[in-house]
Design a protein around this ligand. Structure first.
Ligand SMILES: [Zn+2]
Length: 258
């Protein structure tokens, strides 16, 4: 990583230099395990993002389906490089899961060939690794071929440059398209008969867009509210904003056992 003053010409020069040096995606296999952290909600100013409706599936924990617009997770070290020595993330809006928030701070995400996404929201609290979560459409805009990963599983993923109001961070890796997933607490796991890491299906009823999204990864955690996270591409594709019903459906094992 490198640090710079906000002088625009210096910034541009640094960006050019760093981009020239690397930004080639690695080819390692993903490491096991992830960071059990929650992010959520259409809190960032993502164009074409549907808002986040909440729908009820039963008399149990309400099934909430939220769109997770493009966002960034940062280490405290990176917060201080991007926003100044001693800087802390400023909570602006609480997310659905307790303790998590959309920060006031945003960064620009710069990809290869100097393509850039401005004003990408930072979500807090800080993590042990910085990570950028984008939709495929964002990846196309940036010129990055996004791997689909469970959050926290970033080994061998592409990098990018983050530009804050004070400085620049070069991420060697950590740019992903987050795998669609559902957060569940212990009661939810029991109710649906699934475990952490299982796959489940999400059925969305919406006008002329009724869809079953398969391969929704179950992410278990204590003190976690039942919540599905889709990205903006998925939310728009199923017209989530107009959805009249959402439900989680157990994935049927293939009868031919393949
Ligand atoms: Zn999530």
């Amino acid at each position: 990583m490198s640090v710079a003053t906000p002088d625009i010409q210096q910034v541009q020069q640094i960006v050019r230099e760093v981009l020239r040096r690397h930004l080639q995606p690695g080819s390692q296999k993903p490491a096991a395990g992830g960071i059990p952290v929650i992010r959520t909600a259409a809190s960032a100013p993502a164009p074409a993002a549907a808002p986040a409706p909440a729908s009820v599936s039963s008399d149990r924990n309400p099934l909430v389906v939220n769109i997770s617009a493009r966002h960034v997770h940062l280490t405290q070290e990176h917060v201080e490089i991007l926003f100044g020595p001693g800087a802390q993330l400023t909570p602006e809006k609480d997310l659905y899961q307790d303790g998590y928030f959309a920060a006031k701070e945003t960064v620009a995400v710069v990809g290869p060939r100097r393509r850039m996404l401005p004003n990408v929201r930072v979500l807090g609290p800080c993590r042990s690794d910085s990570q950028v979560e984008l939709a495929f459409t964002d990846g196309i805009s940036l010129g990055i071929d996004l791997p689909v990963r469970i959050s926290g599983d970033v080994a061998g993923t592409p990098g990018c440059l983050l530009m804050g109001s004070h400085g620049i961070v070069e991420l060697k890796q950590g740019v992903i398209r987050a795998m669609r997933h559902v957060h569940m607490g212990p009661d939810d796991l029991r109710h649906y008969g699934v475990q952490d890491g299982d796959m489940i299906n999400l059925r969305v009823e919406s006008p002329f867009c009724t869809t079953v999204l398969e391969d929704l990864a179950v992410r278990a955690g204590k003190d976690i509210k039942l919540e599905v996270h889709l990205d903006t591409d998925e939310g728009n594709a199923v017209n989530l904003e107009k959805a009249s019903r959402v439900e989680l459906v157990r994935a049927e094992p293939c009868k031919c056992r393949h």
